[in-house]
Design a protein around this ligand. Structure first.
Ligand code: ZN
Length: 682
């Protein structure tokens, strides 16, 4: 599971961790260049901003660790094409066509049309395809079909990706249809359960099969008595061939072989410089999985990975299932990282007390884990992002996803602090808080405690929230179907929100007082009721799981607390504000809702889950939506952000690596073209 940024607009002046209580500067502050010297925000276009992050501590790693990071980073870049293809079957061809135009167009490159073309190409790179990375709607080019024709025909030197027997003049109508026809692939993921969700979704996990056929195919495989089921369907495309439904497995010599062979090549190098035996085994299991596609080996890999405590660590594989409307098939992603020792202490305190948190949660005892196992939490420094984590990245990750592995072996939970830090730095002074906070006190609170609050929220969400609770015997982990992601994220968020204000947090020395919780409560309600709407297109409702969950929580608490005026909606000069009047009671409401969402998950109560999400998480108030968007436009802030990667400069002597330095490029287009040239294998 991934935790995404609560709002791209986190503005903090000082970043300090709880463990040192603000008296000492953190390693981040020590090692990162001063914000004014390091450019975090690189550019903005459409609704996106491109940033970059620093990797403090890299120079202090041993040469062997640096090599490991480097090899894993190469592996992280080799899967880029896989994701493009998974997102939509024509994405690679489209990307290549656009890149050839970009490199070869001989006409006037200063016109407005050409600028619009460049924006479109940048969006395709950002989304790893032609659908918005967040809303999953196909985005429309800001230029005309006629102009596309001109671009292609005036790019004579281009080596366009033509199919067998296809000519450039055939390419024009094909591309015109793909880019401009609103009927073709309008949405990457459709979660509209009244339709065949496979048919309504453009993602490339199924071909020629209906939703019913896919569900039957997998239901037949499943044995309800199997307590350690593999993640059925995770690493394959389901197709119908000669009338039979069958899987095309992602593996070496299978689907995506060319990219997977490269990934394996770099993983083999990584395995040779692993920090210890266990990590070596982890990498070798992953190689074995890529070579065979065997999901049993994948589980063995995860079991080993989850207890690997090495300094350098990684995610690499078919991991998250958000991209599949049926929630089975995983997109490829990678994150290479190493431990931030200082900040990890904070997460370790939380994790060491996991059982206390579980025992004292407001959840029905039947749904609690009697023994919380191995909730390992750490704060990491990201060194490279790939696949579905690039350029748009989560800020926290909790893996593996298989319920039984989590229950029996625990899960690994990470907070990506150099990423959240870069977000904060890039957002400094953008005017967002001033616009949407109710009072100067609220702004102050946010500036002072917001960064710590959101990092703590992430720690609690990832290392306790997702790991808490249990299903009643006989409840299927898929019972909540298309609502499961939203409800699971709600559960983890509620756990975090409930405990942020617990006196235990002060007792453990994680926070000094209740201000941190207040700052987070303000931010959460403000975002869930109002500011996240900046990310929704006018006329649309909410579809994305994390956003549904946030509105669900905020609106439910607003409604349930109305009689006692817990949260007040205030109008001031035609502008809406949400003001929390009673933080204690709000915490009580978070607890109540947590108990209910846990019940829904534990019992697999699909109807109640559906009702909760549909009643509170989906529908957007059009009047408020317009107001919020208008206020936001004034600030000229891109609502979504992503990061370009650092680059490793390798020094070799007689074929041996003697040193690796890290550099921070500034040009998004250059990086994308470089990746397309050097890491495109499909
Ligand atoms: Zn989560």
């Amino acid at each position: 599971m991934k935790k995404q940024i609560l709002s791209t607009i986190v503005i903090m002046t000082a970043l300090f961790t709880a463990c040192n209580q603000g008296t000492k500067t953190t390693p981040i502050q020590n090692e990162m260049e001063k914000p004014q010297e390091f450019k975090y925000l690189l550019e903005q276009f459409a609704d996106l901003k491109i940033m970059r992050y620093q990797v403090p501590g890299f120079d202090e790693l041993t040469l062997q660790q640096k090599k490991l990071v480097y090899y894993l980073s190469e592996a992280a870049l080799c899967g880029r094409d896989i994701l493009f293809d998974q997102n939509y079957k024509n994405n690679l061809k489209i990307r290549r066509t656009l890149e050839e135009i970009y490199k070869n167009y001989e006409g006037d490159r200063q016109t407005n049309d050409f600028k619009e073309f460049v924006v479109y190409l940048k969006r395709v790179w950002f989304s790893n395809g032609i659908h918005h990375h967040y809303s999953t709607d196909k985005f429309t080019p800001g230029f005309s079909p006629e102009y596309l024709n001109e671009l292609i025909s005036e790019s004579q030197g281009g080596s366009f990706p033509l199919d067998k027997g296809q000519t450039i003049s055939d390419l024009v109508p094909e591309m015109t249809a793909l880019l401009f026809d609103p009927e073709i692939a309008p949405k990457r993921i459709s979660l509209d359960s009244s339709k065949d969700m496979i048919k309504a979704s453009a993602c490339n996990f199924y071909e020629g099969v209906t939703q019913k056929e896919a569900e039957e195919f997998y239901n037949k495989m499943k044995n309800p008595n199997d307590t350690t089921p593999i993640s059925y369907g995770l690493n394959s495309k389901l197709v119908k061939k000669n009338g039979a439904v069958q899987e095309e497995v992602y593996k070496v010599r299978g689907l995506y072989s060319a990219a997977l062979e490269k990934i394996v090549y770099w993983l083999e190098k990584a395995s040779a410089v692993a920090e210890n035996d266990q990590q070596k085994q982890v990498i070798e299991k992953l190689i074995g999985f890529y070579k065979t596609g065997d999901l049993n080996i994948y589980d063995e890999y995860n079991v080993l990975w989850v207890t690997d405590k090495s300094m350098v660590d990684f995610v690499n594989g078919f991991t998250e299932v958000y991209g599949d409307p049926l929630g089975m098939k995983a997109t490829w992603e990678s994150v290479v990282n190493f431990k931030d020792m200082e900040a990890t202490k904070r997460a370790e305190i939380i994790s060491a007390n996991a059982q206390w948190f579980e025992d004292n949660s407001p959840v029905d005892p039947r749904f609690k884990k009697t023994e919380v196992k191995g909730v390992s939490a750490k704060v990491i420094t990201v060194a490279q992002l790939g696949g579905d984590c690039y350029p748009s990245t989560p800020i926290g990750i909790n893996l593996p996803n298989a319920d039984w592995i989590r229950k029996e072996h625990g899960s690994k939970s990470v907070t990506m602090e150099n990423i959240t830090y870069a977000y904060d730095q890039a957002a400094l002074g953008n005017g967002f808080l001033e616009e949407f906070c109710y009072s100067p006190e609220e702004i102050e609170l946010s500036k002072k405690y917001g960064s710590l609050a959101s990092n703590l929220h992430t720690d609690l969400h990832e290392c306790l929230g997702h790991g808490s609770g249990q299903l009643l015997p006989g409840t299927s982990s898929e019972a909540l179907k298309n609502y499961s992601s939203s409800l699971e994220e709600a559960r983890a968020d509620l756990f975090a929100l409930y405990y942020l204000a617990d006196p235990k947090m002060i007792e453990l020395g994680i926070v000094l007082d209740t201000n941190t919780a207040k700052a987070e409560y303000n931010a959460y309600i403000r975002n869930g009721c109002m500011t996240q709407l900046t990310r929704i297109e006018t006329g649309k409702n909410i579809e994305q799981a994390h956003m549904r969950n946030r509105q669900l929580i905020a609106k439910w608490c607003f409604e349930k607390g109305q009689a006692e005026n817990v949260i007040e909606k205030v109008m001031r000069e035609g502008e809406t504000f949400y003001k929390i009047n009673d933080y204690k009671k709000l915490r009580g409401l978070f607890g109540q809702l947590l108990a209910e969402v846990q019940r829904i998950k534990s019992e697999g109560d699909y109807e109640a889950g559906k009702n909760l999400v549909e009643s509170y998480g989906v529908v957007v108030d059009p009047v408020l939506h317009k107001e919020v968007k208008d206020r936001f436009v004034k600030l000229n802030i891109a609502p979504y952000g992503g990061f370009i990667n650092p680059v490793f400069k390798v020094t070799e002597q007689n074929g041996e690596i003697t040193d690796i330095k890290i550099e921070y490029p500034e040009d998004y287009t250059e990086q994308m073209l470089y990746y397309s040239k050097n890491y495109s294998f499909l």
